[in-house]
Design a protein. Sequence first.
Length: 81
Amino acid sequence: MTADQLRSLIAAGLPCDHLEVSGDGRHWAAVIVSPAFEGRRAVQRHQLVYATLGQRIHTDEVHALSMKTYTPAEWRAAGQA
């Protein structure tokens, strides 16, 4: 799994206004900005991302994924837009 492949999987399952993925091939970090996160708690947001990855999250393809998830409004308020 490459960062581009992981980015593509997430983007295919979630509408993303911004998406950054970095990692070493097993341990990953992602910054995800999506309108799909509106009204959802952090755990629910992470579950949405895990759902896009399906079984890959339970294998060595994606051993660990650290996420920072934002709504577009939260992202703008953080001065990132």
